[in-house]
Design a binder for this molecule. Structure first.
Ligand code: UDP
Length: 244
Protein backbone atom coordinates (compact mmCIF):
# COMPACT_ATOMS: atom_id res chain seq x y z
CA UNK A 1 0.00 0.00 0.00
CA UNK A 2 1.16 3.54 -0.68
CA UNK A 3 2.90 5.14 2.34
CA UNK A 4 4.68 8.41 3.08
CA UNK A 5 7.88 6.77 1.79
CA UNK A 6 6.36 6.92 -1.67
CA UNK A 7 6.75 10.02 -3.80
CA UNK A 8 4.71 10.33 -6.97
CA UNK A 9 7.19 10.39 -9.86
CA UNK A 10 4.89 10.25 -12.84
CA UNK A 11 1.18 9.94 -13.58
CA UNK A 12 0.23 8.52 -16.95
CA UNK A 13 -3.16 7.73 -18.45
CA UNK A 14 -3.43 4.25 -16.95
CA UNK A 15 -0.81 4.08 -14.19
CA UNK A 16 0.94 6.10 -11.49
CA UNK A 17 4.61 5.51 -10.65
CA UNK A 18 5.94 6.10 -7.13
CA UNK A 19 9.45 5.89 -5.68
CA UNK A 20 10.11 3.35 -2.92
CA UNK A 21 12.72 3.00 -0.14
CA UNK A 22 14.96 1.23 -2.68
CA UNK A 23 16.42 3.50 -5.38
CA UNK A 24 16.18 0.86 -8.08
CA UNK A 25 12.59 -0.19 -7.31
CA UNK A 26 9.40 1.69 -8.24
CA UNK A 27 5.77 1.13 -7.31
CA UNK A 28 3.39 1.03 -10.29
CA UNK A 29 -0.29 1.54 -9.45
CA UNK A 30 -2.84 0.63 -12.14
CA UNK A 31 -5.89 2.91 -12.54
CA UNK A 32 -9.46 2.32 -13.77
CA UNK A 33 -9.21 5.40 -16.04
CA UNK A 34 -9.47 4.66 -19.75
CA UNK A 35 -8.52 6.90 -22.65
CA UNK A 36 -8.59 6.42 -26.40
CA UNK A 37 -7.87 8.40 -29.57
CA UNK A 38 -4.97 10.27 -27.95
CA UNK A 39 -7.06 10.99 -24.82
CA UNK A 40 -9.90 12.66 -26.75
CA UNK A 41 -12.19 9.96 -25.37
CA UNK A 42 -12.10 9.41 -21.60
CA UNK A 43 -13.94 7.08 -19.26
CA UNK A 44 -13.66 4.58 -16.44
CA UNK A 45 -13.65 0.82 -16.73
CA UNK A 46 -14.69 -0.60 -13.35
CA UNK A 47 -12.01 -2.93 -11.97
CA UNK A 48 -9.66 -2.35 -14.93
CA UNK A 49 -6.67 -1.41 -12.75
CA UNK A 50 -6.86 -4.67 -10.83
CA UNK A 51 -7.45 -6.79 -13.93
CA UNK A 52 -4.65 -5.19 -15.97
CA UNK A 53 -2.19 -5.39 -13.07
CA UNK A 54 -2.99 -9.08 -12.57
CA UNK A 55 -2.91 -9.92 -16.31
CA UNK A 56 0.37 -8.01 -16.81
CA UNK A 57 1.98 -9.65 -13.78
CA UNK A 58 1.13 -13.11 -15.06
CA UNK A 59 2.33 -12.35 -18.61
CA UNK A 60 5.59 -10.77 -17.39
CA UNK A 61 6.22 -13.92 -15.32
CA UNK A 62 5.60 -16.11 -18.36
CA UNK A 63 8.02 -14.02 -20.42
CA UNK A 64 10.69 -14.10 -17.68
CA UNK A 65 10.37 -17.90 -17.62
CA UNK A 66 10.91 -17.88 -21.38
CA UNK A 67 14.11 -15.81 -21.00
CA UNK A 68 12.85 -12.27 -21.68
CA UNK A 69 14.18 -9.68 -19.19
CA UNK A 70 11.31 -7.53 -17.85
CA UNK A 71 10.91 -4.79 -15.24
CA UNK A 72 8.51 -6.97 -13.22
CA UNK A 73 9.53 -7.77 -9.63
CA UNK A 74 6.30 -8.77 -7.84
CA UNK A 75 2.59 -8.04 -7.65
CA UNK A 76 1.93 -6.41 -4.28
CA UNK A 77 -1.85 -6.12 -4.32
CA UNK A 78 -4.64 -6.26 -6.89
CA UNK A 79 -3.58 -2.92 -8.41
CA UNK A 80 0.07 -2.57 -7.36
CA UNK A 81 3.29 -3.92 -8.81
CA UNK A 82 6.92 -3.50 -7.79
CA UNK A 83 9.03 -2.87 -10.89
CA UNK A 84 12.70 -2.19 -11.60
CA UNK A 85 13.49 1.47 -12.21
CA UNK A 86 14.37 2.00 -15.88
CA UNK A 87 14.72 4.96 -18.19
CA UNK A 88 11.98 4.46 -20.75
CA UNK A 89 12.97 4.66 -24.41
CA UNK A 90 10.31 6.97 -25.94
CA UNK A 91 9.38 4.50 -28.67
CA UNK A 92 6.16 2.48 -28.81
CA UNK A 93 6.90 -0.85 -30.46
CA UNK A 94 3.82 -2.29 -32.17
CA UNK A 95 3.76 -5.89 -33.42
CA UNK A 96 1.01 -6.95 -35.83
CA UNK A 97 -0.11 -10.48 -36.72
CA UNK A 98 -3.44 -9.49 -38.29
CA UNK A 99 -4.36 -6.13 -39.79
CA UNK A 100 -6.45 -3.87 -37.52
CA UNK A 101 -6.70 -0.30 -36.21
CA UNK A 102 -4.41 2.35 -37.67
CA UNK A 103 -2.84 -0.12 -40.13
CA UNK A 104 -6.22 -0.68 -41.82
CA UNK A 105 -6.96 3.06 -41.80
CA UNK A 106 -3.60 4.01 -43.31
CA UNK A 107 -3.13 1.19 -45.85
CA UNK A 108 -6.65 0.10 -46.79
CA UNK A 109 -5.82 -3.49 -45.79
CA UNK A 110 -8.97 -5.35 -44.78
CA UNK A 111 -9.54 -5.98 -41.06
CA UNK A 112 -8.15 -9.38 -40.10
CA UNK A 113 -5.75 -9.79 -43.06
CA UNK A 114 -2.97 -12.19 -42.01
CA UNK A 115 0.43 -10.49 -41.72
CA UNK A 116 3.20 -13.04 -42.15
CA UNK A 117 5.92 -12.51 -41.12
CA UNK A 118 4.61 -10.19 -38.39
CA UNK A 119 5.13 -6.46 -38.80
CA UNK A 120 7.21 -4.54 -36.24
CA UNK A 121 6.46 -0.80 -36.23
CA UNK A 122 7.98 2.00 -34.20
CA UNK A 123 6.00 5.05 -33.05
CA UNK A 124 7.29 8.15 -31.27
CA UNK A 125 5.87 8.13 -27.72
CA UNK A 126 4.75 11.74 -27.65
CA UNK A 127 1.12 12.65 -26.89
CA UNK A 128 1.48 16.25 -28.10
CA UNK A 129 2.50 14.99 -31.54
CA UNK A 130 -0.10 12.18 -31.49
CA UNK A 131 2.43 9.29 -31.35
CA UNK A 132 3.51 9.49 -35.04
CA UNK A 133 4.91 6.52 -36.97
CA UNK A 134 8.73 6.71 -37.11
CA UNK A 135 11.23 5.87 -39.77
CA UNK A 136 14.65 4.55 -38.75
CA UNK A 137 16.29 7.71 -40.11
CA UNK A 138 13.97 10.01 -38.14
CA UNK A 139 14.50 7.96 -35.00
CA UNK A 140 18.29 8.21 -35.37
CA UNK A 141 18.04 11.92 -36.22
CA UNK A 142 16.14 12.52 -33.00
CA UNK A 143 18.55 10.26 -31.06
CA UNK A 144 15.64 8.31 -29.56
CA UNK A 145 17.80 5.16 -29.64
CA UNK A 146 20.90 3.80 -31.35
CA UNK A 147 20.64 1.51 -34.40
CA UNK A 148 21.98 -1.36 -32.23
CA UNK A 149 19.20 -0.73 -29.71
CA UNK A 150 16.59 -0.66 -32.49
CA UNK A 151 17.84 -3.99 -33.85
CA UNK A 152 17.74 -5.46 -30.34
CA UNK A 153 14.27 -3.99 -29.69
CA UNK A 154 12.86 -5.47 -32.87
CA UNK A 155 14.40 -8.91 -32.20
CA UNK A 156 13.04 -8.94 -28.64
CA UNK A 157 9.62 -7.81 -29.85
CA UNK A 158 9.42 -10.69 -32.35
CA UNK A 159 10.51 -13.21 -29.71
CA UNK A 160 7.90 -11.83 -27.29
CA UNK A 161 5.32 -12.09 -30.08
CA UNK A 162 6.15 -15.79 -30.59
CA UNK A 163 5.82 -16.50 -26.86
CA UNK A 164 2.60 -14.51 -26.39
CA UNK A 165 0.98 -15.80 -29.59
CA UNK A 166 1.42 -19.41 -28.38
CA UNK A 167 0.32 -18.48 -24.88
CA UNK A 168 -2.89 -16.77 -26.03
CA UNK A 169 -3.55 -19.61 -28.49
CA UNK A 170 -3.68 -21.95 -25.47
CA UNK A 171 -6.25 -19.55 -23.99
CA UNK A 172 -8.43 -19.72 -27.13
CA UNK A 173 -7.52 -16.11 -27.93
CA UNK A 174 -5.94 -14.68 -31.11
CA UNK A 175 -3.25 -12.06 -30.47
CA UNK A 176 -4.02 -9.60 -33.29
CA UNK A 177 -1.55 -6.84 -32.40
CA UNK A 178 0.01 -5.24 -29.33
CA UNK A 179 2.24 -2.44 -28.11
CA UNK A 180 5.42 -2.78 -26.05
CA UNK A 181 7.68 -0.28 -24.31
CA UNK A 182 11.29 -0.90 -23.36
CA UNK A 183 13.64 0.73 -20.89
CA UNK A 184 17.31 0.74 -19.99
CA UNK A 185 18.26 -0.48 -16.51
CA UNK A 186 21.22 0.81 -14.46
CA UNK A 187 23.56 -1.42 -16.54
CA UNK A 188 22.17 0.07 -19.78
CA UNK A 189 20.56 -3.30 -20.51
CA UNK A 190 17.35 -3.27 -22.56
CA UNK A 191 14.40 -4.67 -20.60
CA UNK A 192 10.67 -4.92 -21.28
CA UNK A 193 8.68 -2.34 -19.28
CA UNK A 194 5.17 -0.79 -19.05
CA UNK A 195 2.30 -3.33 -19.21
CA UNK A 196 0.79 -6.06 -21.39
CA UNK A 197 -2.98 -6.05 -21.00
CA UNK A 198 -6.25 -5.72 -22.93
CA UNK A 199 -5.50 -1.96 -22.95
CA UNK A 200 -2.37 -2.55 -25.05
CA UNK A 201 -3.27 -5.67 -27.06
CA UNK A 202 -6.00 -6.55 -29.56
CA UNK A 203 -7.38 -9.91 -28.48
CA UNK A 204 -10.05 -11.87 -30.34
CA UNK A 205 -12.08 -14.66 -28.77
CA UNK A 206 -11.60 -17.70 -31.03
CA UNK A 207 -15.02 -19.08 -30.13
CA UNK A 208 -16.79 -16.05 -31.68
CA UNK A 209 -16.82 -15.12 -35.37
CA UNK A 210 -18.93 -11.97 -35.15
CA UNK A 211 -16.54 -8.97 -35.52
CA UNK A 212 -18.05 -7.19 -32.51
CA UNK A 213 -18.66 -10.14 -30.22
CA UNK A 214 -15.12 -11.53 -30.61
CA UNK A 215 -13.42 -8.35 -29.28
CA UNK A 216 -11.91 -8.84 -25.77
CA UNK A 217 -9.84 -5.65 -25.51
CA UNK A 218 -9.92 -1.85 -25.41
CA UNK A 219 -11.62 -1.73 -28.82
CA UNK A 220 -14.84 -2.43 -26.83
CA UNK A 221 -14.26 0.99 -25.18
CA UNK A 222 -12.92 2.73 -28.32
CA UNK A 223 -15.88 1.61 -30.43
CA UNK A 224 -18.64 1.67 -27.76
CA UNK A 225 -19.24 -2.07 -27.98
CA UNK A 226 -20.36 -2.40 -24.31
CA UNK A 227 -19.60 -5.28 -21.90
CA UNK A 228 -16.05 -4.03 -21.42
CA UNK A 229 -15.59 -5.22 -17.83
CA UNK A 230 -16.79 -8.75 -18.60
CA UNK A 231 -14.47 -8.99 -21.62
CA UNK A 232 -11.43 -7.97 -19.50
CA UNK A 233 -12.61 -10.40 -16.79
CA UNK A 234 -12.76 -13.22 -19.34
CA UNK A 235 -9.20 -12.43 -20.52
CA UNK A 236 -7.97 -12.43 -16.91
CA UNK A 237 -9.62 -15.76 -16.09
CA UNK A 238 -8.20 -17.45 -19.18
CA UNK A 239 -4.71 -15.95 -18.73
CA UNK A 240 -4.53 -16.98 -15.06
CA UNK A 241 -5.60 -20.52 -15.95
CA UNK A 242 -2.61 -21.02 -18.26
CA UNK A 243 1.15 -21.20 -17.82
CA UNK A 244 3.87 -21.89 -20.36
N1 UDP B 1 -1.58 0.74 -28.71
C1 UDP B 1 -1.36 1.11 -27.40
N2 UDP B 1 -1.09 2.43 -27.12
C2 UDP B 1 -1.04 3.39 -28.06
C3 UDP B 1 -1.27 3.01 -29.41
C4 UDP B 1 -1.54 1.69 -29.70
O1 UDP B 1 -1.39 0.27 -26.50
O2 UDP B 1 -0.78 4.56 -27.74
C5 UDP B 1 -1.86 -0.66 -29.04
C6 UDP B 1 -3.31 -0.88 -29.46
O3 UDP B 1 -4.09 -1.25 -28.33
C7 UDP B 1 -3.19 -2.01 -30.44
C8 UDP B 1 -1.81 -1.83 -31.07
O4 UDP B 1 -1.07 -1.02 -30.17
O5 UDP B 1 -3.21 -3.26 -29.77
C9 UDP B 1 -1.84 -1.17 -32.45
O6 UDP B 1 -2.57 0.03 -32.36
P1 UDP B 1 -2.87 0.91 -33.66
O7 UDP B 1 -1.60 1.43 -34.21
O8 UDP B 1 -3.75 0.15 -34.56
O9 UDP B 1 -3.58 2.19 -33.07
P2 UDP B 1 -5.10 2.50 -32.73
O10 UDP B 1 -5.81 2.62 -34.05
O11 UDP B 1 -5.57 1.40 -31.88
O12 UDP B 1 -4.97 3.78 -31.97
Amino acid sequence: MITTHHKKLYEGKAKILYSTEAADVLLSVFKDDATAFNAQKRGTIQGKGAMNCTISSHLFQQLETAGIPTHFIEQLSETEMHVKAVSIIPIEVVIRNLAAGSLCKQTGLELGTLISPPLVELYYKNDELGDPLLTLDRLLLMKLATSEQVAQLAAMALKINDILTSFFQECGITLVDFKLEFGLDHNQQLILADEISPDTCRLWNQSETDPSRRVMDKDRFRNDLGEIESAYQQVMQRVLAHSL
